[in-house]
Design a binder for this molecule. Sequence first.
Ligand code: 5GP
Ligand code: MN
Length: 328
Amino acid sequence: MTTSSDAVSVERAVAQALRAARSVVVCAHVNPDGDAVGAVLALTLALREAGVNVVPTLADAHDAPATYRFLEGFDLYRPCAELDAPDVFVALDTPTWARLGDAETLARSAGAVVVVDHHSDDACFGSLNLVDSAAASTASIVWRLLPVLGVAPTPAIAAACYVALMTDTGRFSYSNTTPRALRDAADMIEVGVDARSLYSKVYESRTAPALALLGRVLSRITIANNGRVVYSWIAANDLAETGALAEETENVVDIVRQTGRVDAVVIFKEEGGTTKVSLRAKCPTLDVGAIARSFGGGGHVAAAGATVDLPLQDAIATVLRVLPGGAA
Ligand code: 5GP
Ligand code: MN
């Protein structure tokens, strides 16, 4: 258990390490979501304000998700294979070495690794670990670090943090929509965030192919486990056949979770011979993080994921068995 004075001293140590570094690389987890991109770009922009030499990178060889291209700093992303070992590697929103994907090698070659995260299962693999599982998003922790870094928030930094906070709270609807989260959001709006515009850019900009993919997912919705689970799936050929991009599947689970009277929501994505599973709990006593960990994945109590080493139909049967109303 960290006390708040411990947290303050870790914040100070992190700020000091970053300000003193000759080079910093900032990265988040594989399959980056809104918090992963927002937190990385917010910290990148803040460190540039502080005059620190900083480069944002990605945990895998794919491009950064174009959904977030409108954020300032997006063009600064460089592939990790092109980068030299930095003084400090910052891992954001990333609970384990493995979640750094291809960037793990670069992180291990750095002078120091700083972990900034809000996952309660974070392994604290850094030499400094600023981990707060009560924070609604990792970008919220970055936002609070700004005064410690001596950086005044700019509209661009606030926008990156706001997008992260909006997406990780499910548009301010999940149980992490705390007073603190809403106060932070209010502060970001005061700094110059246009809440309407950012909402529209993230949630009202679906392409026709992405909607075609969503149509397929909706048409496959299945209620299982005596009515306690809703699931659907994305088949390997769906992306090619609809023309949707992999990152455009990010919010599909939010739409399937609109199903009433269920305790759990699952999206299965066929990826070659393996299956990526996205789990969401609608019932407050269900811990999908624990279920994801039992399959070698991880995440939060109400939102978690894993990659199961089984083909689609077997993965569906196996995961349903351990969910509420399943046979296990
Ligand atoms: P999503 O279902 O949107 O991919 O992920 C939901 C949450 O679970 C996020 O916090 C994400 O980082 C985490 N998560 C998803 N897949 C994995 C995984 O394979 N391993 C771990 N450790 N966490 C995951
Ligand atoms: Mn997050």
